[in-house]
Each structure stands twice: as C-alpha cells, then as structure tokens.
Design a protein around this ligand. Structure first.
Ligand code: ADP
Ligand code: TRP
Length: 329
C-alpha cells in the first residue's frame, strides 16, 4: 500500500489548477507553496483543470503545452505523486455526469450572479455557455472526490459557496450523506506584487517567471520599479516592491535588508541583486528539476495517468452513490 492510500482516514483536500499560462512567482508563493504544505495534514488531490481552461485558451498546441508545464511545475516544486494524487480533469469523465446532475438542481439565477459571468456581461462581451456553466463543473470537480476542504484564493469564494449550496440541496432532495459538503480554505497568503508594484498577474505582464534562465530572471528583477533616491539616501523599505518580494522569499533575512535600506548607502540596485540571489537560491534547484521533468513527456504523462486511475476509482464510488440516490440506477 502506498503512502497515499494509508492516508484514507484523514480529511481530503482538493484543488484545481487552470493550465492557462506558465506559472509565475505569484502563483508559486500564493498557491503552490501553501498547497504543498497541506500534504502533512490532509489526503491531497491536485488536478489540472484542463476543461476549465477551454473557456479562455483557444489554441490547442498552447493548451497541450500548458497542461504539462503546470504539472511539471508542481512536481518540480515538491509535489510527491506517491503522497498526492496529481491528475488531469479530462482523464476522469465522470465529472461531466455529476455536472449534469448538479445542473438540474441549480437555478439559472444563481449562475447569472456568478462573478466571472457577470463581469463579462458588464464588459459588453457575449460570454459562452461554458463560462456560464463554469461553476457547475467546478462544483462537480470538488464533490466527485468526497472533498472536505478546498484551498483557494479569495476570488474563488463564491464558487465554493455555490458548491456547498448544491451539495446540500442534493442531499436534502435525495438523501443526507449522498455528497460530502466541503469547506473553503481561503488562502491567507499575501498578494505578491509584480514588477510594477501591482498584483502580479499573467494578464498584466508584470510577472516574475518561475523557471526562466538566471540571466533572464536577473533582467526582470533589475526592471522592478523603484523610487529615485540616490545611493546614499535612506529609503523606506515598507511599501517598496523589492523589499516586499524579499520579505516573501527570504523572511529570515528581511530585517537585515530593511535596516540597510533605512540606513542609506545601500541602493535599489544592491537590494535587487540581493533579491535576485534569494530567488535564485529558492528556485535554482527547482528549475533544474523542472527542466528534467518537462523534457520527459512519457514519464510525466505516466505520472498523470497513474493519478487519474486512482482518481477514477474514487469518482466511480461517488457516482454509484449519486446514480442510486437520484433513481438512475
Ligand atoms: P493569474 O492571476 O496570473 O492569471 P491564476 O489566476 O492562474 O494567475 O492564479 C492561480 C493561483 O495563483 C490562484 O490560486 C491565485 O490565488 C494565485 N495567485 C495568482 N497571482 C497571485 C499573486 N500575485 N499573489 C498571490 N497569489 C496569486
Ligand atoms: N476555478 C479555479 C481557478 O480559476 C480552478 C478550479 C477548477 C478549481 N476546478 C476547481 C479550484 C476545483 C478548486 C477546486 O483558479
């Protein structure tokens, strides 16, 4: 029996990762690192939400690449496939069966209130039915695996509320205990600023790439916006992007940088060099692991398939319960 199976009696934590871009430092500090730390306490399932990505990615070759980039990133950052089920959403088609059952219990009004859908309408776009139904597929992702907790960012809170609602409704209509009602584990991780000081985000183009070559990484860090004091001037550490990033990457050494900035005689260039070195120390070894894992697609796919085999076994149990409860079987 593997370590993962031995973990059965503990609570289950599950989260989905949309393969829409190459992960950046904000994803690492805000999502990957905190999610990996849950492995000690929970039975963990992490999946690549490839069908969800179809609401935004329209290029097949790009999606194919992102799916593996993201999986390899999590593995390189320390996800141990013997302790965590890592799989692709699309490898567990039962999720669509459950999506249908759940959609029959949801009022369209509740989906019309969805943030992503409402925002798209407000921008004057004509959102797809996929975007409209996105939260139902997400609820099925979660409920299919008897999930107890779902670690997510604040932006996903509404989706979790809908997931709980629909699970409670199904249990109420068809029998208590049919589905496990999950809880959101909203991340307390601070928002990571990008090179322009705003929230680091793919769409803003202010990201610090996770696994770019050292030269490129250094260039991006040297480009972080700073104020324009001279080398000698004392500088405010708090509120500066360079210091904030340093405090997230190297919290033990942050007081030292703060002292140096506030004393003067230590320029932004020095601070950026120290930040670069701290990031390189944290990410350098992971970059090597990433390049190895990413280069071996057959091995990577085998890991994802092994995860999916075990995920499908859980999904089959849940669907047997659901089909019986609703009267299909
Ligand atoms: P982006 O905003 O760049 O498109 P995603 O939406 O793919 O990133 O985010 C994936 C995960 O990374 C989410 O859980 C989100 O909370 C986290 N995340 C993204 N950007 C940041 C950031 N700047 N600071 C902290 N966490 C972030
Ligand atoms: N909607 C999530 C996001 O945009 C991704 C996701 C899909 C997810 N299914 C999930 C997250 C299930 C947690 C649980 O980041």
């Amino acid at each position: 029996m593997s370590t993962w199976d031995n973990l059965r009696p503990v609570k289950t934590s599950l989260t989905g990762i949309k393969p829409t871009h190459l992960p950046h430092l904000g994803n690492y500090l805000g999502a990957i690192r905190p999610a990996l730390s849950l492995v000690e306490e929970y039975r963990t399932l992490y999946f690549i939400a490839d069908y969800h990505a179809l609401t935004s990615v329209r290029e097949a070759a790009a999606l194919r690449g992102y799916i593996r980039d993201v999986a390899a990133t999590w593995l390189a950052c320390g996800l141990d496939p013997d302790r965590t089920l890592l799989y692709r959403q699309s490898d567990v088609p039962q999720v669509f069966e459950l999506t249908w059952v759940l959609s029959c219990l949801l009022a369209t009004g509740q989906l019309e209130r969805g943030h992503a859908y409402k925002d798209a309408v407000a921008r004057g776009e004509a959102p797809s039915a996929g975007l409209f139904n996105y939260p139902v597929l997400m609820a099925a992702d979660i409920l299919l695996y008897d999930t107890d907790v779902v670690p997510v960012g604040k932006d996903q809170k509404q989706h979790l509320e809908l997931t709980r609602d629909v699970a409670q409704r199904l249990n109420h209509v068809y029998g208590e205990g049919t589905l496990v009602v999950p809880e959101a584990l909203i991340s307390e991780a601070p928002l990571v600023p990008g090179t322009d000081g705003e929230k680091m985000s793919k769409s803003r183009g202010n990201g610090i790439p996770l696994f770019a070559p050292p030269k490129k990484l250094r260039k991006v860090i040297m480009g972080i916006k700073t104020t324009s004091e001279t080398l000698e001037d004392p500088k405010a550490a708090e509120g500066s992007t360079v210091y904030e990033l340093y405090a997230l990457v190297a919290p033990d050494r942050a007081p030292e940088m703060k002292k140096q900035l506030e004393a003067g005689g230590y320029g932004w260039g020095h601070a950026k060099q120290d930040l670069y070195e701290a990031i390189e120390a944290e990410l350098g070894p992971k970059r090597e692991a990433y390049l190895d894992i990413r280069a071996d697609e057959p091995r990577l796919d085998a890991i994802l398939h092994a995860g999916a085999d075990r995920a499908r076994a859980i999904a089959d149990h849940t669907m047997a319960r659901v089909r019986h409860a609703v009267g299909i079987e």
